[in-house]
Design a protein around this ligand. Sequence first.
Ligand SMILES: Nc1ncnc2c1ncn2[C@@H]1O[C@H](COP(=O)(O)OP(=O)(O)OP(=O)(O)O)[C@@H](O)[C@H]1O
Length: 722
Amino acid sequence: MGLRFRKSRTAADRHGAPELRQDTSASGRSPSTPGPSTPPDTSVFDAWMASRQSPDGQSMIPSGTPRSFTLQNIKSAIFIAQACSGQMLRLFWGSHPIRMILLLALNVGRGTLSTFRYYSHARILDEARLVASGNVRFKKLSLLIAVDVLRMFIENIFDTFSISNETIVQQSLRYQIEYLQIETRLRLDIPALSTPAIRDLLHESDLFVQSFSGMGAGFGFLSPFDFVHTLTTISEIFSQLFLLYTLSSRGFSWTHAIAVVSVFLPSIFSFLSSFCCQEDTWPHALFSEEERAISERHEQMRHLAYSDNFKAEIMLFGLGDWILKTWAETRRSLAGFQAPPRSSSAAMREFAHSSVLEVLAMLQNIPLALQFTHASLGSVTLYRGAAQTLLHSVTGFRASIRSFYNSLFLLAAFHTAIGLQPILKPKESEKVAYESAMGPEGRKGMKIEARYLSFTYPGREKPTLRNINLTIEPGEVVAIVGFNGGGKSTLMNVLLRLYDFQSGSLYINDQDCRKYDPSDIQRHCTALFQTAAKYTNQSVKENTGVGKVELIDSDPAIAAALENGGARPFVDPLPRGLDTKLEFGGYGSYSNPSIPSDLPGYGRGYAPSQQDRVTLSGGQWQRIAISRAFMRADTSDLWLVDEGSASLDPQAQTEFFERLVRSRADRSKTIIFITHTMSTVRWADKIAVVDNGTIAEFGSHKDLMLRNGAYAQLHRAMPEAH
Ligand SMILES: Nc1ncnc2c1ncn2[C@@H]1O[C@H](COP(=O)(O)OP(=O)(O)OP(=O)(O)O)[C@@H](O)[C@H]1O
């Protein structure tokens, strides 16, 4: 299946943009194939993708990179603002309508506060100046000071109220935005999440969400919420302009005209030059493949240094120096990339820019010099205050515009992401409900038929599974064996509908599997993955109960699952029983030496770290994972075990298989298990040998031994087989 986005092969194609329609001709899929994770608002998605093209059109800039001010990008930003503003306004409005209006009004009001402050100070200064001439009017001066104190008091109350109102609105908005983002991440399936363009989309969407909590960095983040603050800046600019106007209207002169114009000159010059000098905002080297590779290596080294998981190997193999050296080298290289040597013309431009700014700032003082003889001290102070605030506000406004410009692209990502749908979900009109199958001799369970099934991981060129042909009857027990990297786990993931296949067919209970909602199939399966999840810092109850969340509070159901999983011997003596929290044996975990680590239990004891939490061994974690899988055994037609018992000792492994088979005494479940241990193969009715992505042999132990092929060879290589 080819991913298609545009007719011509652009950088977007090369980076795996999701297709607008399914390319059925290339994949050989049936028309009933579920739709891809098509962004619902493709025009916003197109604008977002277009903004990620590098200026030469040859590559895509990494997600999270600020966009440059090109004509194309500016057009995209305007389009995004138009297309998404409705949604944003609805979100803003929906959070707290009254508080939202207050927020806008208070932000406008805040901008005028400095004008009152300067005006009040100017009047006090003018009055105080009379002290020198002996004409001091104490009553008036006291009144002015009292008014100023009152102004400060009101300003304080205004600020306090406006900050608390803003916090409430921001928290509410943040909640809504984060909720939508988390919901999207949970809704999407693995194929959607592995599509490079969707991953980038979600990354920028995450940055958008982070910008609401002030956690963003590097993108010049400014959430649309923060943009409300520019209302303060705008109102500040207008109120200072008004102040300057009132100063000049006391007797207009050309010096006042110069005053108003000169106040703006540095800002105007700076504003225009920031748009004109594109080289300053587009460091090409930042996006080269070379830098990306170095940056990745840099991150890897940092991760190695920080993560506890690698500590043992780092110490054992003496990797410390190598990690530090590589980290330092990559860091230096990155610094070189981030600060490319400036060309002499760029340096000259920078010099000219700063000199002009300085001259313009100096020009601002000319009106002061001209007026000094006849203007009052208050007017002079007022002029300086207004001029500086204006400069500051316009500069701040310019920075806000730039940040807001960038946040529009993050908004586009968020807007598109929250509309994404899982790739594997079938169309409502074609969906069928799952029903258990009946097999020969009244056996129940899941029937699986794969025909010429092939699968390639997203972003990979070579298929991992090729022409898989396999029929598993309801109630059958099948062992999958083969060499490392052959594709066994991948086959399990495809059977579980965690991944879709590109060609061939897969029938489950005589129905095309693509007609089922994957969650409908998964509800009837239980699985034990090669690397079982460890819900660290969560209780035994939660670690087990998540196997069937409806029963997470049912102590009897959890106790039964722990019994089946062989976990009770070490769970029962725990100080807080099912409520004891479980920890992974990291190097940072705390051990309390006063508690003996050899508490009675199954096999070796656990290492208690605190009264309410324990650190489990690898095998104990595996028993918890098995218990979790047993939580859903009653309602499952299929058990899939991917070396889930590999960490168990031989006796425990036998017990596990006995329990597994006992749990389907009436042969009411299909069981598929992947194993490298030949002693466990005896539990299987049939064996599939997976080699190099295909099923090399399939049959009973007896048949395959007689065949004397790959299985017989594997079997003979295992000492415990004899
Ligand atoms: N998420 C993934 N993305 C890309 N390639 C993958 C992914 N998972 C596995 N592979 C590749 O698919 C191939 C088959 O891997 P798989 O885990 O299915 O093999 P396996 O037979 O289960 O191996 P083992 O016996 O070692 O567990 C390997 O080459 C592996 O690199």
